[in-house]
Design a protein around this ligand. Structure first.
Ligand code: FES
Ligand SMILES: [Fe+2]
Length: 364
C-alpha cells in the first residue's frame, strides 16, 4: 500500500460545515474551488484515497449477483475491483489484482465464475481470496500471496464497496440517510434500464451541477415547466454528506424529489419509480454518468418518464462538458456562489478540502 493509504480520513463535520448547512440563506458561501482543481492530475491523485478509497461507493446491485459465482467488476477511481457471490450466499470483494504479477482474476464486466483463478498464469484462490495453488511455480509460493479483500455491503438491493478497512461498516456509515428513503418502496420496483454517458468532465464538475437547482429554469426548460423549479430546495439534516432536494410538483410532475450522498451517489424519485444516478470518475478528465431505472410493475408512463430523465441528463452532460472546457482553458480562476442557491456547493467544496488536506501554493 502507498503512503496515501495511511492518510487520516475526516469523518466528523467541522463547525464551518454546520454553518454552511444552516437555513440562513444570507450567509456568504464564498467562492468555488480553484479551476485548476478540476483538471490538475496532482489534485486527482490527492483525491483518490481519502474520497473514493475511504468512503462507501455504490458499484452494483444484488440483482446482478444472484447466484454463487456471479461477479461484477468496477474501476473504482483507478483501482480495479470485483465483487462476487460466495456459495454461502454472502458477498466478497477484492482488488482485481493477483499478487503474483498483477494479473486480473476476472475480466471487466459481469458474469459467473465458479472458481477464483487468475486469468494470467492460473493461480487459484478460495472464495475468501486465500491462495490454494500457484500453478507450476517451480517452488513453494511465498507467504502472504492471498487476494486483498475490500469491504462490501448491501443496502436495499444496492451494493457498495469501501477500500479503506478503517471505515465503519456500510449501515453505520450511512447514518440517518436510510430513514429519508424509508418510504420509497424500492424492493417492490423492478430493474427497467440503464444508461451510461462517458462525459468529458471532472467528477466534481458534475457534482457541482447536481447540487444546485439554480440552473434548472435555464438549462432544463422542460423540467422547469414540469414542476415548480423556482421553489427548488436543497435540505440538509445535520450531516454534510447528504441532502434532499425537493421541487413542488405540478399536477402530473415527473420530477419531485432527489437525493445526494457524498461523494457521487444520487437518486431521483419518479411517480411509481426510482433512478439511481451516479457519476464515477474515469481519471481526472472524464466521468461515467450512470442512470439505473427501477419501476413498479403497475407504474404508468414509464417510457415517457425515462425519456424525459434522459433528456435532462443530456442537458446536464452537455453543460458540464462546456463548463469543463472553460475550467481547463486557463483564463478562469474561481467562481462565486449564490447564497440563495449554491450553498450546497460550499459544503461540497469544504468536504473536498477537508478530505485532501493542505495543498501547495501552486495547486491552490
Ligand atoms: S499474475 Fe496471477 S497467476 Fe500470474
Ligand atoms: Fe441539471
Amino acid at each position: 500500500m502507498t503512503s496515501l493509504h495511511s492518510r487520516p480520513v475526516t469523518v466528523r463535520p467541522r463547525p464551518e460545515l454546520q454553518a454552511l448547512m444552516q437555513t440562513d440563506r444570507t450567509l456568504d458561501p464564498g467562492i468555488t474551488l480553484p479551476a485548476s482543481w478540476y483538471h490538475d492530475p496532482k489534485i486527482w491523485q490527492r483525491e483518490r484515497w481519502p474520497i473514493f478509497g475511504s468512503n462507501w461507493v455504490h458499484v452494483a446491485y444484488d440483482h446482478q449477483l444472484r447466484n454463487t459465482g456471479d461477479y461484477v467488476t468496477e474501476n473504482l477511481a483507478g483501482w480495479p475491483i470485483f465483487i462476487r457471490r460466495k456459495d454461502d450466499g454472502t458477498l466478497s470483494a477484492f482488488y482485481n489484482m493477483c499478487p503474483h504479477r498483477a494479473g486480473p482474476i476476472v475480466f471487466e464486466g459481469e458474469g459467473c465464475s465458479k472458481n477464483v483463478v487468475c486469468k494470467y498464469h492460473g493461480w487459484a484462490f478460495n472464495a475468501d481470496g486465500k491462495l490454494l495453488s500457484a500453478r507450476d511455480f517451480g517452488a513453494e509460493a511465498p507467504d502472504n500471496m492471498d487476494l486483498t479483500a475490500i469491504q462490501v455491503g448491501s443496502w436495499r438491493g444496492m451494493v457498495f464497496v469501501c477500500l479503506n478497512p478503517a471505515i465503519a461498516p456500510l449501515h453505520e456509515w450511512l447514518g440517518k440517510f436510510p430513514g429519508e428513503v424509508a418510504g420509497v418502496p424500492l424492493e417492490s420496483y423492478r430493474f427497467h434500464s440503464k444508461s451510461v454517458r462517458h462525459v468529458a468532465c471532472n467528477w466534481k464538475t458534475y457534482g457541482d451541477n447536481f447540487l444546485e437547482g439554480y440552473h434548472l429554469p435555464t438549462t432544463h426548460p422542460a423540467m422547469s415547466r414540469d414542476a415548480d423549479a423556482l421553489n427548488y430546495q436543497v435540505l440538509y439534516k445535520g450531516d454534510p454528506r447528504w441532502n434532499i432536494h425537493t421541487m413542488p410538483p405540478r399536477d402530473e410532475s415527473t420530477f419531485g424529489v432527489f437525493g445526494y450522498f457524498w461523494p457521487t451517489f444520487a437518486f431521483d424519485v419518479f411517480p411509481g419509480g426510482f433512478a439511481v444516478e451516479r457519476w464515477l470518475p474515469r481519471g481526472h478528465t472524464h466521468s461515467d454518468l450512470i442512470f439505473e431505472y427501477f419501476f413498479d410493475d403497475n407504474a404508468e408512463g414509464v417510457e415517457d418518464i425515462v425519456k424525459f430523465s434522459e433528456e435532462v441528463a443530456d442537458e446536464d452532460a452537455r453543460m458540464c462538458e462546456h463548463v469543463q472546457r472553460n475550467l481547463d482553458a486557463g483564463n478562469y480562476a474561481t467562481g462565486v456562489l449564490s447564497p440563495k442557491w449554491e450553498y450546497p456547493l460550499a459544503v461540497f467544496h469544504r468536504m473536498i478540502r477537508d478530505a485532501i488536506g493542505p495543498v501547495d501554493c501552486d495547486e491552490r
